[in-house]
Design a binder for this molecule. Structure first.
Ligand code: CIR
Length: 254
């Protein structure tokens, strides 16, 4: 169960966030703020407290706090984002994390790692080797995890930005899985809830203390999650989608 979450208010420069889909247009700032407020409400409904960090205009993508830290039940790991424009974001999360953790570890150059590439399944952490997370970052991450009795499983990525862009664990052995991850050997032991290509964005749902938060506008995924027995909450994330952001990216949950 999660007790805490950390989020950061989107900054005005969110319009300049990195995107692989410029055809979707720029985020509308006011709408992004409203959607972020709804996201916070959804988290609260799931019984967690929410630490809201202030907007930081220096970093357009800084609302995607998931990428700058991995918070486990024993330690916090401050990452080292592989996107140059995001690398400095880690400085802004350390103080917030210190309020909850005494054991804080760091991924250091030349290692890079972004939290969007990390999927926690109990004491096992699947980590995507991506354009953002490199072999050295995974080596350091594995060494830290092993020190705390956790296991690290590397998953090579071919197409998507982050591991959790395409695969998400929603507890009870259930895995939302799309595209390149459907056939991956390391995920065959899970019950697959296969996400159709037309709703691929909604592979990124989050399990929050028994409830699954699903992005708004993806009826097939919503029904599949409900049919699997979960209560659901939907949140509109259209403005974050324009810059490759999903539900999980917007918070740290621990
Ligand atoms: C980026 O490219 O870094 C941001 N525009 C989106 C980050 C999404 N984060 C995530 O999937 N954890």
């Amino acid at each position: 169960m999660f007790q805490h979450t950390i989020v950061r208010t989107p900054c005005k420069n969110v319009l300049e966030g990195i995107t692989s889909a410029p055809e979707l247009g720029k985020p509308d700032y006011e709408k992004a703020l409203q959607q972020h407020a709804c996201y916070i409400e959804a988290l609260k409904q799931c019984g967690v407290d929410v630490t809201v960090l202030p907007a930081n205009d220096e970093y357009p993508d800084s609302c995607f706090v998931e990428d700058v830290a991995v918070l486990t039940r024993k330690c916090a790991i401050i990452t080292n984002p592989g996107a140059p424009s995001r690398n400095g974001e880690t400085a802004g999360i350390i103080d917030a994390v210190k309020k909850f953790y005494t054991d804080i570890e760091y991924i250091r150059n030349p290692g890079t790692l972004e939290g969007g590439d990390v999927m926690m399944v109990g004491d096992t952490f699947y980590v995507g080797r991506s354009a953002r997370t490199n072999a050295e970052g995974i080596r350091q991450f594995g060494e830290i995890l092993n020190k705390y009795g956790f296991e690290c499983v590397e998953v090579p990525l071919e197409k998507v930005l982050h591991l959790k862009t395409g695969v998400n664990y929603i507890e009870n052995n259930n895995l939302l899985v799309s595209g390149e991850f459907i056939e991956k050997e390391c995920f065959q032991k899970f019950n697959h809830i296969v996400i159709p290509e037309s709703e691929a964005y909604a592979a990124n749902c989050i399990w929050m203390n028994g409830t699954v938060i699903v992005p708004e506008g993806f009826p097939t995924v919503l029904k599949a999650v409900q049919d699997a027995g979960y209560p659901t909450i939907t949140v509109d994330t259209s403005e974050f989608r324009k810059i490759d952001g999903g539900l999980s990216c917007l918070s740290l949950r621990f």
